[in-house]
Design a protein around this ligand. Structure first.
Ligand code: KG4
Ligand code: ZN
Length: 338
């Protein structure tokens, strides 16, 4: 009988210190996420230096906690995986160095993982992947439509030309004086209001799968400023609902078109903005009568940053024989396609 494969994975690319243990690439044995959100809230966004300091303080504790939660020792672990990029360089470095130290001390293979590959592979913890597939990746730093012909092969068919979807959510939230991260707050308000304000939708050139959210973000900010100058009150629920309607309209319309053109078997949703209730409902609605494509949406805890997704993606690399050396470095501009 084939022995189970256990991978210990580390994720520190932004403001979550996370460690997970994944069995055979698709089963969560342990999943620990230590969030720093409270430390960044008063600055209205992630402060890189503070993020790095928190990772240093938390990483050993979180590794210990994951081993305890999974009732696993290093003897049972087959490989150590870590997010090598993209992300904040100082934050990534803490994870990369911790992973290297563990791999060296326990003589285990080391696997470097792309953060977005991780977000996509969060779906493998829910359902086996069926190729070809398309992933809609919507996070704080990325908005991408990714086509996959087979495991570990990523082709970016569309991406944002300016702000990522999550970034737009966070900036709009800031304009409405909502706490960081603003996505969940806008999502909540949007459900309490109606999309009565006509906001722009950036469709870009005919046939393009790229996105652009900065025009929409500016339109929201202008609407708020103009109202203020006239001494008028803007209803935050109406504004949130109108903003969310524009984002979802563009994301869902382009995704639907890509699913058709590329004739895929599955559509995966990935990234922090995948936690958005409006987007989840709109995608479910758009694909409910399409029996040819299976829509997979991970639970909220696997949408935002975590290490379970890194472990799932690492398993594929590990099985393909991919190994990192001790010269592995944090790479904030790491490319998904290579
Ligand atoms: O994937 P993630 O945890 O970190 C990155 O890799 O960027 O995504 C974080 C982003 C933040 O911009 C946050 O506001 C957004 O995901 N987000 C949401 C929701 N929950 C988190 N955006 C919209 N609606 C939500 N419910
Ligand atoms: Zn992320």
């Amino acid at each position: 009988m084939k022995k189970d494969q256990l991978i210990l994975a580390i994720e520190t690319s932004c403001d979550e210190t996370a460690v997970a243990i994944i069995r055979n690439g698709n089963e969560i044995v342990a999943n620990v996420v230590s969030s720093q959100i409270d430390s960044h809230k008063r600055f209205g966004g992630v402060v890189p230096e503070i993020a790095s300091r928190h990772h240093v303080e938390q990483i050993t504790i979180v590794i210990e906690e994951a081993l305890q939660q999974g009732n696993v020792t290093f003897e049972d672990i087959d490989a150590i995986a870590v997010t090598e990029g993209p992300g904040l360089v100082g934050a990534l470095l803490i994870g990369v160095n911790a992973a290297k130290a563990l791999a060296f001390a326990h003589q285990k293979p080391l696997v470097g993982v792309h953060h977005i590959a991780g977000h996509i592979y969060a779906n493998q913890l829910i359902k086996p992947m069926a190729f070809p597939l398309l992933a809609l990746v919507v996070s704080g730093g990325h908005t991408e439509l990714v086509y996959m012909e087979s495991h570990g092969e990523f082709k970016v068919i569309g991406e944002t030309r300016d702000d990522a979807a999550g970034e737009a959510y966070d900036k709009v939230a800031r304009t409405l004086n909502l706490p960081y991260p603003g996505g969940p707050h806008i999502d909540r308000l949007a459900h309490e209001g109606k999309p009565l304000i006509d906001l722009p939708r950036a469709w870009l050139e005919e046939g393009s799968y790229d996105f652009s959210f900065s025009g929409l973000k500016s339109a929201v900010i202008n609407t708020v400023h103009n109202a203020k100058q006239k001494g008028e009150e803007i209803d935050p629920q109406t504004l949130a609902a109108s903003f969310q309607a524009s984002v979802i309209d563009v994301l869902v319309t382009k995704t639907k078109r890509a699913v058709k053109e590329y004739n895929v078997k599955q559509l995966l949703l990935a990234g922090g903005v995948a936690a958005n209730k409006g987007l989840r409902a709109a995608l479910e609605d758009a694909f409910s009568d399409n029996a040819d494509v299976e829509l997979v949406i991970p639970p909220l805890s696997l949408c935002t940053d975590n290490a379970a997704m890194i472990g799932a993606a690492a398993s594929v690399l590990f099985n393909k024989g991919k190994r990192a050396t001790m010269s592995l470095n944090a790479n904030p501009g790491l490319d998904l396609e290579v």
